[in-house]
Design a protein around this ligand. Structure first.
Ligand SMILES: NC(=O)c1ccc[n+]([C@@H]2O[C@H](COP(=O)([O-])OP(=O)(O)OC[C@H]3O[C@@H](n4cnc5c(N)ncnc54)[C@H](O)[C@@H]3O)[C@@H](O)[C@H]2O)c1
Length: 315
């Protein structure tokens, strides 16, 4: 297949690129390098089947040219920074919703028929059902990020209906693993590297979250793209477990051999719009034969080891 990956130089995107190249596909990476890193594409750039386009999704001319003739668009580029959404209220709308519309329009004009989209478990807001299935109601949106992703999902579904496209929408829990650059593990790792005796934690540390290793996530996406061929295919991607932030702190401190004094920011949320409990029902993706290979504790530990071995990521 000829595949375009937007956000190819990012944490998840670069792992997706490597997986598709390993399967023999022809892959074009599209990235503006706002948070992406060229070094994440080091092995991809050795492949003759990989092309890198440094461009912004807001540049519709470049985007249209990149999309034309592709069999599949894996649209991962976004503002993935959930926490600071309230500081720049247009950013999620522009980067996550409008840029997704730009991708869909490029697909319509260029005749590309399949899109895979990285959505998020945040679209469920604060649901009443746990684990939360794909068909749970969306009670109230709590974050600009979640709202922008849900709006993008809506546009994708409408384009699939109107223009005969096929869509795979993946609602990820928080991901961990190689090339991880943002999230609680990197925050705690940085703090403890600089001051091993103290750790500041947002919220009360009792937030319950589910995590998934990026390798397991990419395998799940591949399997869904192969086996689920409806018009709109929505999948939660996560593990069948969750942990408290305090559990994760314990694993990280153990691995680093530190016993810091912990100062909690207080309250049950880390920031405005943070969901204190995320736990997705993943029976739908499991019914295709996928299951995660790593448990949350192993994924956290692998991430810490990756950050230790790659100091440039946290420099
Ligand atoms: N990491 C997670 O835990 C997680 C969880 C749920 C959903 N997601 C979603 O998965 C996707 C990938 O996330 P990630 O963690 O790899 O983030 P990331 O920041 O590492 O990757 C995003 C990539 O997109 C690029 N990009 C951003 N805006 C762009 C634009 N306008 N034009 C071109 N390129 C642009 C960035 O340079 C970067 O390489 C995002 O859509 C994110 O919302 C991530």
């Amino acid at each position: 297949m000829k595949i375009l990956v937007t956000g190819a130089a990012g944490f998840i995107g670069s792992n997706v690129v490597d997986a598709f190249l390993a399967e023999g596909h022809e892959v074009t990476g599209y990235d503006n390098f706002s948070t992406g890193r060229l070094e994440f594409l080091e092995s991809a750039r050795h492949s003759e089947r990989f092309t890198l386009l440094e461009a912004d999704l807001e540049d519709r001319g470049k985007l249209n040219a990149a999309v034309a003739g592709r069999d599949l668009i894996v649209h991962l580029a976004a503002n993935a920074d959930v926490r600071f959404g309230t500081l720049h209220p247009r950013k999620d709308l522009d980067q996550n919703t409008i840029c997704t519309w730009n991708v869909l329009e490029a697909m319509r004009q260029g005749g590309a028929g399949r899109i895979a989209f990285s959505s998020t478990g945040s679209v469920y807001g604060e649901p009443e059902v746990f684990p939360t299935p794909e068909d749970a109601p969306f009670p109230v949106q709590r974050s600009l990020y979640g709202a922008s992703k849900l709006a993008a999902e809506g546009l994708i579904c409408a384009y699939a209906e109107a223009y005969g496209m096929e869509a795979h929408i993946f609602r990820f829990v928080s991901l961990l693993g190689e090339r991880y650059t943002h999230g609680h593990v990197v925050d705690f790792f940085r703090q403890l590297r600089d001051h091993p005796d103290r750790l500041h934690v947002l919220g009360n540390g009792k937030q319950r979250k589910s995590y998934l290793h990026v390798g397991d996530c990419v395998r799940a996406m591949r399997m869904a793209l192969e086996k689920a061929r409806g018009k709109v295919n929505v999948f939660n991607l996560g593990t069948d477990e969750y942990c408290e932030v305090n559990d994760s702190i314990g694993w990280i401190c153990n691995l680093l051999g530190v016993s810091p004094t912990i100062a909690y920011g207080g309250g049950e949320r880390g920031w405005i719009g943070d969901s204190p409990f995320i736990f997705l029902d993943c029976r739908k993706i499991r019914s295709l034969g996928w299951k995660p290979e790593l448990r949350i504790k192993e994924a956290v530990e692998l991430t810490v080891r990756y950050l230790q071995a790659n100091p440039a990521v946290t420099a």
